[in-house]
Ligand binder design. Structure first.
Ligand SMILES: Cc1cc2nc3c(=O)[nH]c(=O)nc-3n(C[C@H](O)[C@H](O)[C@H](O)COP(=O)(O)OP(=O)(O)OC[C@H]3O[C@@H](n4cnc5c(N)ncnc54)[C@H](O)[C@@H]3O)c2cc1C
Length: 387
């Protein structure tokens, strides 16, 4: 008889936790409320394959090692040839092909330590000037999805800034076929290891332990009856748009004014759009109290810069809002260690992108899932290294 472990949630955190637990010899059941797996990594069915957000991997860190050791991340796409020629920055309302000098200075200063307990706006403003601090905060909204990134911890923002603008090679990777392909590979690996996957199975009370709660934090709060399970996250409006191809369409456009971001999906992975069309994802952080129509108008003005004449070329589009779903953000005085703890006591463990694990966005889900699985496996009387 193998010891039992229950996993609640079938996003990437739940799937990784289930695999790691089963690899250690546990008898695992995973419950997913929806009729499909993947959570926020779900994508639309073709011919336009769009996600909730752009969804890329940074090819470094423990999440990457774990996924690639098991062949679960790839096949992957590299940036298209001549991508640099189609990259740009919006600065003071104008399109620039090279980054502003202040961004280059900040990137070169990567060894300078930034304080945890001060806001990025305050700390960077003193060192690089207010325009540079505001511009860098807007630029890194590509990873925070927050309209006021300057209010976050300087150490948190500084780390993200270097991760995104001076990444360690091989850096950004897109998954061929989109993130749903990763979900499929994780699900196959879990089933091969004997994990029972119960779809359409919303859990309303904590089952016998050990249990790993790998849901969004709001669901975990309700399940554990613990109102303290809260953390800061972003709020953005997204536009997925397919257009008839045009040579002046940008591959990627960063925004030093309002924190918007534009990225191609089909240039690096033609399987995500029908022949002759290009698929793009754009987003802009929503300001506090801002009506959706105003945020949409701002995003459309940004799209004018990224995709000239896009309104007349559009073949498919959709808009969506993501609020509190874009991963953990750390305010001054806090680091990832202060987020809700993974180990809750009594054989209950949390996993997801808002809990106490390192990384950014989906990486937090994978890293926390591995820690949660280690805890659950130990609570079940197994050794995490058992295979
Ligand atoms: C706009 C946007 C852009 C993003 N871009 C990136 C990116 O480029 N790179 C990156 O790494 N990450 C990115 N992310 C973040 C990434 O999508 C998430 O961090 C990751 O998918 C979260 O996975 P998860 O398993 O922790 O949570 P989820 O995917 O939310 O999974 C939780 C699952 O639990 C289920 N569930 C909830 N309650 C219950 C219950 N009571 N019983 C049973 N099941 C339940 C839900 O249905 C869901 O399937 C982005 C997110 C957004 C919104």
């Amino acid at each position: 008889m193998k010891p039992r472990i229950t996993v609640i949630g079938g996003g990437h955190a739940g799937l990784v936790a289930a695999i790691a637990s089963a690899e250690a010899g546990a008898d695992v059941t995973l419950h997913e409320a929806h009729t499909t797996l993947g959570g926020r990594a779900r994508a639309t069915d073709g011919p336009h394959v769009a996600h909730e957000g752009p969804h890329v991997f940074y090819a470094d860190g423990p999440h990457w090692t774990w996924l690639t050791e098991r062949n679960l991340a790839g096949p992957l796409c590299l940036p298209p040839a001549r991508a640099a020629l189609r990259a740009g920055f919006r600065v003071d309302g104008r399109l620039r092909r090279v980054p502003p000098a202040w961004l280059v200075r900040m990137v070169r200063d990567r060894k300078r330590p930034a304080p945890v307990d001060r806001s990025f706006a305050e700390w960077a403003g003193e060192r690089y000037g207010e325009r540079a601090a505001a511009g860098a905060a807007a630029a890194i909204a590509v990873a925070t999805y927050d309209a006021d990134t300057g209010r976050l911890s300087a150490a948190f923002v500084w780390d993200l800034l270097h991760r995104v603008f001076a990444p360690r090679v091989p850096a950004v990777r897109w998954v061929r076929g989109g993130w749903a392909a990763v979900t499929d590979r994780l699900a196959e690996r879990a089933r091969d290891l004997g994990v029972r996957v119960e779809l359409g199975s919303r859990v309303t009370a904590l089952p016998d332990t050990p249990v790993i709660v790998a849901t969004e934090l709001a669901s975990a709060r309700a399940l554990l009856g613990d109102p303290s399970l809260e953390w800061e996250s972003g709020h953005c409006l997204m536009l997925d748009v397919a257009v008839r191809r045009h040579p002046r369409d940008m591959f990627v456009l960063f925004d030093m004014d309002e924190g918007a971001f534009h990225e191609s999906y089909s240039m690096q992975d033609p399987s995500t759009a029908p022949p002759g069309e290009s698929l793009f994802q754009l987003d802009v952080p929503v300001r506090a109290g801002e009506p959706r129509a105003e945020a949409e108008a701002r995003l459309e003005r940004f799209t004018d810069l990224a995709l000239p004449g896009w309104r007349d070329r559009t073949t498919w589009r959709r808009t969506a809002v993501a609020r509190g779903r874009t991963g953990a953000l750390d305010l001054p005085g806090t680091t990832w260690r202060d987020r809700p703890a993974i180990e809750r006591g009594g054989g209950v463990f949390l996993a997801g992108d808002m809990v106490a694990a390192p990384g950014m966005r989906g990486e937090i889900s994978v890293n926390s899932a591995l820690r949660a699985a280690r805890g659950a496996v130990t609570a079940a009387g197994l050794h995490p290294a058992d295979r």
